[in-house]
Structures are given as structure tokens and as C-alpha cells.
Design a binder for this molecule. Structure first.
Ligand SMILES: Cc1cc2nc3c(=O)[nH]c(=O)nc-3n(C[C@H](O)[C@H](O)[C@H](O)COP(=O)(O)O)c2cc1C
Length: 326
């Protein structure tokens, strides 16, 4: 397959390689984001990032501002920030959304990864403030991809059921959703869900994507603030043993994860199981603190190909092998 070495994703985002590091709650920080951008991809600051994240006395705006400034001290390359895109009508009340947007623009961060639902008010505001929108619908559909395109979204992410984190509830796999969204819109599409190695990148491009959006593989990097226990756990775990702990998440199999999976299998609603997961700390406990038996370790279904901790730069080079100057 012929790979186009310069594409719209690179041009829109101003990056060397068409790879975007997916935002991940609790386990991104300035060092990781800057490392991805310095390696030629696009780093994205996730929710609850950095050393202040756990400190309830630090206001949210200050936490975000500090981390953005730290990234800016480590790179002069573009990077982005994760924004929750709530259902239309609810955004006015959402302090979290307002704070993230205002601080991002005050600090000169223009690339916004809006994740959630189509929200025309939020899209309009970002465009009015000269921002770039990467939109990832949690449960992607053709109709909302078209609405997103009509309302200023620059790049859209097609998320497959294979992904780590909160998984799409329609259970459409990456191989299915990517061409569906590619055919539905004219804007460039990033493929996500289970892309941990160059073969996944090639498959994504073969399906019509113009870039990849990668989460799980970047967890097992030197720069990711996830604990070493969680990184080793991902290396040692097998896809065939992963557990659905609710309809929303899968985890590597450990004590709490087994309990959650049993609750879910025995008919306790996904919402109720999720409430229990949150109570016990979820990915913060399992991945940031490394108590894998107590929290959960949320990953994609392609973990069998993750065999070692590498530098972020090494991961970008591996995945972007076809784009490197020969
Ligand atoms: C541990 C973990 C936490 C995540 N947290 C978030 C989040 O806070 N916000 C978000 O938009 N997506 C989140 N995601 C989803 C990722 O942004 C991305 O969609 C996913 O990781 C891509 O699939 P992959 O893991 O197969 O590469 C998370 C994913 C993981 C694995």
C-alpha cells in the first residue's frame, strides 16, 4: 500500500507524523504530552493530569494552567487538551467544561479534543476563538459525524470497540467503524481502538483513515505517569483474559476487577457497577497508584503486541515507521 507522507492531519495540526496521543484520565502529564509532541506527534493533556491533580485544595483552573505551562516549558511544538463535550443543553452548568475551555484559550492552547456528544454551542465557541476541533463521539454514528462536520469540526475520530477507556456502546469494532465514518464525511478521520503497532497503523490507513489516535500503547512508555506495576501488568496480561467490568470498561483480571465483572454478569446494572468502581478509585487506584488488585487497569484488546516499556519517541518511531525519512 502506498502511504501518503504528507496528509491533512499533519497539515491541520502542524505536526510531522499523523499520530495523536489519546487523552487518558489520571495518566497523562506535561512530560508525556511534551514527549509526544517533541517526537513529531501531537500530545494531548488529559483530565486530572500532573502532580496537583490529587490535591483537592488546588482549584481546577490552577491545576490545568500549571500543567499547560509545564508543557510549554518542555516543548515549542503544538499540543492539545481534552474537553468533555456534554449533550446539548447541559453545557451552561458545566463548570468543568467552562474552566477547561477558558484556561486553554487564555494559555494559547488552540487544539481541543472534544469527547462526548455533538454540541454545536461548544463547537461554535471553539471556532470563534480560532481553535481546532478534534471530535471523538463516544458512541460514533454516521448522523452525528455529519452534524459535527457541518458545525466546524476539523478532524473526527472513529472509535472502535477495541479501544481502552470507556468503550462505544454499539460494540462496532475498529475495522467496521473507520470505513463507515470515512465514507460519511469529507474531513479527515483518525482511527482509534487497538492500534498498538505499525500493522495497526497500516490497517487504519488501508481503511481510509488519515491518522491514528493512540492511547493504550502510550501507557507503556517511560514518560507515562502510570505506575510501573500497571505497565508491567499490561505487558504480562493477555487479551483473552481481559474482563468486562461493566458495559463501559474492560480491565486486566485482578481481585477487584473480578468482583466487578461478577457483579455485572450477575445482573447488577452497569451504572451501579461503575459507581462501585469509582468508589474504589478505578483507574486512579489501579493505574496511577499501581494497586492493580484494588482498582482497574483499563486497556484495549490489542495488548498482546505490547512487550516492553519504551520511550515515547521509540513508540512514535515504531508506529510511524512508514512515514520516517528513509
Ligand atoms: C486508561 C484510559 C483512560 C482514558 N481516559 C479518557 C479520558 O479521560 N477522556 C477521553 O476522552 N478518553 C479517555 N480514554 C480513551 C482514549 O482517549 C482513547 O480513545 C483510547 O485509549 C484509544 O484506544 P486505544 O487505547 O486502543 O489506543 C481513556 C483510555 C484509557 C486506556
Amino acid at each position: 500500500m502506498k502511504i501518503n507522507k504528507s496528509n491533512r492531519v499533519q497539515n491541520i495540526l502542524g505536526i510531522d507524523y499523523p499520530i495523536v496521543q489519546a487523552p487518558m484520565n489520571w495518566i497523562t502529564n506535561a512530560e508525556m504530552v511534551a514527549a509526544v509532541s517533541n517526537a513529531g506527534g501531537l500530545g494531548i493533556l488529559g483530565f486530572n493530569a500532573g502532580p496537583d491533580a490529587k490535591d483537592d485544595n488546588v482549584p481546577l483552573s490552577q491545576k490545568i494552567r500549571n500543567e499547560i505551562r509545564e508543557i510549554q516549558s518542555l516543548t515549542d511544538k503544538p499540543f492539545g487538551i481534552n474537553l468533555y463535550s456534554p449533550p446539548e443543553g447541559t453545557e451552561v452548568d458545566n463548570v468543568f467544561v467552562r474552566t477547561t475551555l477558558n484556561v486553554a484559550f487564555e494559555e494559547g492552547v488552540k487544539i481541543i479534543v472534544a469527547v462526548g456528544e455533538v454540541n454545536r454551542n461548544i463547537f461554535r465557541e471553539i471556532k470563534e476563538r480560532n481553535g481546532v476541533i478534534i471530535f471523538r463521539e463516544l458512541n460514533p454514528t454516521v448522523s452525528s459525524a455529519k452534524i459535527a462536520e457541518e458545525n466546524g469540526v476539523d478532524i473526527i475520530v472513529a472509535t472502535g470497540y477495541d479501544e481502552g477507556g470507556h468503550i462505544p456502546q454499539r460494540a462496532i469494532g475498529t475495522f467496521s467503524i473507520v470505513p463507515t465514518i470515512v465514507d460519511a464525511v469529507k474531513i479527515p478521520v483518525l482511527a482509534t481502538g487497538g492500534i498498538n503497532e505499525v500493522r495497526g497503523v497500516r490497517a487504519a490507513f488501508a481503511l481510509g483513515a488519515e491518522g491514528v489516535f493512540v492511547g493504550t500503547r502510550f501507557i507503556v512508555s517511560e514518560e507515562c505517569p502510570a505506575s510501573d506495576e500497571a505497565k508491567q501488568d499490561i505487558i504480562l496480561s493477555k487479551a483473552e483474559d481481559l474482563l468486562m467490568v461493566s458495559s463501559l470498561q474492560r480491565s486486566t483480571p485482578h481481585k477487584s476487577a473480578r468482583e466487578f465483572a461478577d457483579m455485572y454478569k450477575n445482573g447488577i446494572s452497569s451504572d451501579d457497577v461503575e459507581a462501585e468502581i469509582t468508589k474504589r478509585g478505578g483507574i486512579r487506584t489501579g493505574m496511577l497508584d499501581g494497586k492493580v488488585e484494588e482498582g482497574i487497569v483499563s486497556v484495549n484488546t490489542a495488548i498482546d503486541s505490547i512487550k516492553e516499556i519504551k520511550s515515547v519517541e521509540g513508540i512514535v518511531k515504531d508506529l510511524m515507521a512508514d512515514f520516517l525519512e528513509k
